[in-house]
Design a protein around this ligand. Sequence first.
Ligand code: MLT
Length: 272
Amino acid sequence: MPASEYQTLVLGKSKLHVCVAGEQGPPLALVHGFPLDHRMWRFQIEACSNHARVIAIDLRGFGQSSGDVSDITMSDYADDCAAVLKALKVDEPVVLCGLSMGGYVAWQFWKRHRERLAGLVLCDTRAAADTEEVARGRRKMAFDVLARGSGFVADAMLPRLMAPETFDRFPDRIAELRQVIEATDPEAIAGAQRAMATRVDVYGWLKEIAVPSLVLCGVHDEVSRLDEMQDFASQMPDARFVAVPDAGHMAPLENPEPVNAAIQAFLKEMTV
Ligand code: MLT
């Protein structure tokens, strides 16, 4: 596996941290879920950097990235990703791969920067906006995390992120995720929750998203459910759907082998 390099790019008022691995092949940008950072992609960085130039981004406020998150939106995160690619001099169109919140960012990247897009990988994500009840829950967490700190967020989130079997099979991965969440800046968690609560429903965009797309879903995902993801994939003109066994919402981390195989096959098709 090619060595990973880390860079912190100063872009306007933000400092965006990226992990870059591999030099050959199409650029593959990885966008993490909430409230995590680029390390959730470590198995994909390892497996795909032989075939692609992998760029795993810490979104603003997460991991080692920083910047103003007080009124952040999904569009801002998407613009940050475009700015990172520009700063890294990635001129050719990229395959953008986002998990969950990273998928919400991917929709906006398509909307705002589609000329930079060769393909989409949508992992365990949704096309629908929140119901009012879900949005209310997010605003409550945004309020609470600023008062109580990030610790309780791990307890609230972890059971929803992983399939029950994953807790038995990979306690080390659960412990690492807990550490990542607990170390995340409460401001970033609050900003992202408010941003997700106001994100738009993209069902009306699906038939126009003509770039080749790979839609992946853990069969036990309770957040972005299999039938819902299958349904939105069927409305996209050039999307294929892959169900990932033995995995919940964090399929790339819970069962990396089939996820890596699907992404590698997708990248290969894009380069022939
Ligand atoms: C994520 O994994 O990014 C979150 O579960 C997304 C969400 O809360 O909708």
